[in-house]
Design a protein around this ligand. Structure first.
Ligand SMILES: [Zn+2]
Length: 362
């Protein structure tokens, strides 16, 4: 296996190539990261305030580092009147739940806790994981639908997501959040009724195109990723800031602990590595190197400590929770990449292509 001489990405990453010095194409084309700009972000906030609704923004809160930092920014730095919301994905780590409670107590913001039907949710997670090798897509779909719904219920003009530039390029090539693909898997492999699936989806026919139109018309909240607008502290500094301001705590057993808020994260990372030959953390450490947050040596050390190729300690808990056996685990890691590519929404594909062209023009 070939590994980049500058970052630690390998040749399994889709579309990657290496130059004569052994540097990968992501490192070669990488321009120095530049945020969009705080002024643009302030304009968005001012427009939201001008709407004069009771709440300026919705902040989805998972108890992890990025979303807690966004809550701190919204309340303490930009003085917004926010609603925080948490979607119970059934896989919260206890430390994440405590972080949420403390952050809400300290900021005194309104907090909405969305709890979907547990049995339906478990069945959805179990079968999407078993037959497609992915669980994150199902969780993301449920989370996003609930976020949009809460924003609507509380008339929030904007949603402030914790999505971090560090997570760029860390997604698998399969269209895992695609609703057409999602419904296809569930109808083929589960006995869930159409109503149960649609209730889980909340907006069962909402594709990217309709979402965009609804946002433009002001019928749905504008989605904003603040970390792409402003200069960010390093991942470590971010943790220190929220520890001080919101009594945030992290899993000390891991030095770099993105997504520790989910107990299934180590297993999903393991599975991705088996199916694709690369996974989330490899991409994120590589991003951190490109941004001068850590050295390549440090990244290699962190990555080797993560020990992605071994089953994580808690994997049996996750399997038990989802009614899966050791034999099922073999089925999961034997799933082929892009297995459901035929069953994805044409509208979403077209929309994604248009957005990429627009980005290139800009
Ligand atoms: Zn590289």
């Amino acid at each position: 296996m070939k590994i980049c001489s500058k970052c630690i990405i390998n040749d399994k990453y889709p579309g990657i190539s290496f130059n004569e010095d052994g540097a990968c194409s992501l490192c070669v084309v990488q321009k120095k990261y530049k945020p969009i700009g705080e002024n643009q972000f302030l304009n968005i906030l001012q427009n939201a305030k001008n709407k004069a609704t009771k709440y300026d923004a919705l902040v989805p809160l998972s108890g992890g580092k990025d979303s807690t930092y966004i809550l701190h920014l919204a309340v303490n730095v930009y003085n917004l009147n926010v609603v925080a919301m948490t979607y119970d994905n059934g896989l919260f780590s206890p430390i994440a739940l405590e972080n949420i409670q403390r952050a809400i107590e300290i900021t005194k913001v309104k907090h909405v806790f969305c709890k979907p039907d547990k049995e339906v949710q478990k069945k959805i997670y179990r079968n999407t994981l078993l037959y497609s090798g992915d669980i994150c897509g199902a969780c993301d779909i449920g989370t996003k639908a609930n976020i949009i719904k809460v924003a609507k219920n509380y008339s929030c003009p904007i949603i402030l997501y914790g999505t971090s530039p560090l997570e760029e390029d860390s997604f698998v090539p399969d269209n895992i959040q695609d609703i057409v693909r999602f419904k296809y898997i569930l109808r083929k492999y589960t006995d869930l009724t159409k109503k149960e699936i649609n209730d889980f989806l909340i907006y069962p026919n909402l594709n990217l195109f309709l979402l965009s139109i609804n946002k433009k018309l002001g019928k749905m909240a504008k989605e904003v990723k603040p970390l792409f607008y402003i200069k960010n502290p390093t991942d470590k500094e971010m943790g220190e800031i929220i520890a001080k301001e919101l009594d945030w705590k992290e899993d000390k057993s891991k030095e770099y602990s993105k997504h520790f808020d989910c107990i299934a994260e180590p297993l999903t990372n393991y599975v991705r590595n088996k199916i694709y030959g690369y996974e989330r953390r490899l991409c994120q450490y590589s991003n951190m190197i490109r941004r001068d947050e850590i050295s390549r040596e440090k990244a290699l050390e962190l990555y080797s400590n993560d020990d992605i190729t071994s089953l994580p300690e808690n994997y049996q808990n996750v399997l038990n929770y989802l009614n899966l056996t050791e034999k099922d685990l073999q089925t999961i890691i034997n799933n082929q990449p892009l297995k459901f590519e035929k069953h994805t929404s044409q509208i979403n594909r077209l929309f994604t292509r248009l957005m990429k062209i627009k980005q290139r023009i800009n």
